[in-house]
Design a protein around this ligand. Sequence first.
Ligand SMILES: *Cc1c(COP(=O)(O)O)cnc(C)c1O
Length: 229
Amino acid sequence: MIAQNIEILRDRILRACEKAGRNRDDISVVAVSKTFDADRVREAAEAGIRDFGENYVQELQRKRTDLPDDLRWHFVGHLQTNKVRQIADYVHLIHSVDNLRLAKELQKRAEKAGRTIDVLVEVHTTDEATKYGVAPEETAELVGQIAELDRVQVRGLMTMGPFSDDPNDSRPSFRQVVELKKSIEDRGWKRVSMDELSMGMTHDFEAAIEEGATILRIGTAIFGERKTQ
Ligand SMILES: *Cc1c(COP(=O)(O)O)cnc(C)c1O
């Protein structure tokens, strides 16, 4: 089932790229495996997925020990500063950095681990009160502050569209992030890359591809409906 879902997903991504005139190689997929067990992740890995995303540190830690080490683990949920230590040695990309205190903790833990940690800055682009992320007007300042931390590398921005069935409702969010990316690039900060835009989930990834996403975070279209969130 998962292998077939992945095949359908790949086909949809390819068609969206063709429609948008984008190169398929510029888009990557993070399979968001929250609530699904290690066996489901293994199934997706056997179908060729290498990048997996989780929202909870404990769940990630548990799954990771059961799975091959060549998988890359992304953290896509709200990350508490006191949980950083547990994932600092291996996390591939953190999509959800939205405050300097968290970035400073990442700096400290990356130094201890003798590595650099790649991050995206999460931008809050909807008026929904429940979502995390830095305000659009504060994003450039936060990126500039993180750029001073030599063990934390900013790779780009992440956002989530509003809760809505209509993918077009996500376009204003995606466009706002594209504008922010451009304005941050214009500052010419040496230690900052804006190459990655993590946006688009199961219901709105085609719109995200059209608007410029480079990383899609896909759960349901790969693993099926989640029982709990
Ligand atoms: C769960 C989740 C996703 C995947 O959502 P689907 O709608 O199942 O594709 C993507 N990003 C984040 C941050 C998530 O929490």
